[in-house]
Design a protein around this ligand. Structure first.
Ligand SMILES: [Mg+2]
Length: 366
């Protein structure tokens, strides 16, 4: 056992990092450089808990950082117990809403708090949570955006080679069905029939469009169809699910564990894939994972492969880690992928530490 920890202060920094492959989507424009918020949460006892957040929008850095600073100002000198603080921090912000910027800030601090505790106990996070350290199966999500179908074969080859992957994410929802079909065929030509393709539509369709396109693609052997319509149209998702043989996947936009519970109560999805910034960090994840397990629903991850890999080791219905290397440049020792599996390092905490050179190079003032 390690002694109790006490919150002392926080350093919040940000970077804007280049991405190897530009995310191309039809209706959402992602910035050419990807914003990342770095959190160093200092304990009076000398331990530093670390986490990062990806707020998508460069302006989001300032909003989320402001809330993080205010929370630490309010709770400094208090016991750093993550589960207690999850409640206290959320409650303190509830007049502004329990979702969005407020929950993103709480999630980032929650992850840093768990990291601090695992470090103080000198255990990798998975073991601190009662699990074991080991490999976690992953699919490569780093490419296959809405690029020209003629480029899909080359990129498929690259993505498989990045970690001997047997599963990739392919973005679909191009202007024509023929283009989507051509992209799937090109990926399969390279990866063979055994290549698993997780298809993400990123909410591009209306309900009618989704019914037409997803039914036309239903025989393509896709592993799942992710967010074909607006992620909060739960009745629509339930309807799609009834009409399709391919499993539906949603969850990156669940804000808090109760959002997951509501989606499952409405039979809106076959699989879930919470995002740590939105689900409530480690505490929110553990609650969401319990709800999914009770319903027997497979749980995958969204972004944050390092913390996520640890959490999959203690998730009863663990499914796939989304391998996303966007934050890798700022990490001192990025996690490795071999044989399509993320390797969790035997380091205390989440195993993330900063590459200060890269942070200086990509520093973003806000
Ligand atoms: Mg997605």
């Amino acid at each position: 056992m390690h002694p109790p920890l006490t919150i002392e202060s926080v350093d919040v920094r940000a970077v804007m990092v280049p991405l190897k492959r530009t995310p191309v989507l039809k209706h959402i424009s992602l910035p050419p450089r990807w914003p990342i918020i770095l959190i160093d949460l200092h304990m009076e006892e000398g331990v530093v808990g670390r986490s990062y957040l990806q707020p998508y929008l460069p302006t989001g850095v300032r909003y989320v950082a402001t809330v993080i600073h205010d929370l630490v100002e309010r709770f400094k000198g208090k016991p750093a117990n993550p589960v207690d603080l999850f409640q206290h921090m959320r409650r303190s912000l509830s007049p502004l809403g329990l979702e969005g910027v407020t929950l993103a800030a709480v999630s980032g601090l929650d992850m840093a708090l768990w990291d601090a505790h695992a470090k103080a106990a000198q255990l990798p996070l998975a073991r601190y949570l009662g699990g074991s350290v080991g490999a976690v199966k992953a699919y490569n999500s780093n490419g296959l955006w809405l690029i020209d179908p003629s480029e899909v074969a080359r990129e498929t080859e690259e993505l498989i080679a990045e970690g001997q992957f047997t599963a990739l994410k392919v973005r679909l929802g191009r202007d024509s069905l023929a283009q989507d079909v051509a992209s799937i065929a090109a990926a399969r030509r390279v990866g063979g029939a055994s290549l698993q393709l997780m298809a993400d539509f990123s909410q591009v369709f209306t309900m009618d469009e989704a019914i037409a396109r997803c039914r036309a693609l239903d025989g393509e052997g896709l592993y799942w169809m992710e967010e074909p319509i607006a992620c909060d149209n739960l009745a629509g998702l339930a309807e799609l699910r009834r009409r399709l043989a391919t499993p539906i996947q949603v969850g990156e936009n669940f804000w808090g564990p109760r959002a997951l519970q509501i989606a499952l109560e409405l039979d809106a999805t076959d699989f879930v894939m919470p995002d740590l910034m939105r689900i409530g960090g480690v505490t929110g994840w553990m609650r969401a994972a319990g709800i999914a397990a009770a319903k027997g629903v497979p749980v995958s991850t969204h972004l944050y492969p390092e913390f996520s890999a640890h959490l999959m080791r203690v998730t009863e219905t663990a499914h796939w880690v989304e391998w996303c290397d966007w934050a890798e440049v700022i990490l001192a020792e990025p996690f490795e992928v071999r044989n399509g599996e993320v390797q969790i390092p035997e380091r205390p905490g989440s195993g993330i530490d900063w590459n200060e050179g890269a942070i200086a190079k990509y520093a973003h003032s806000f």
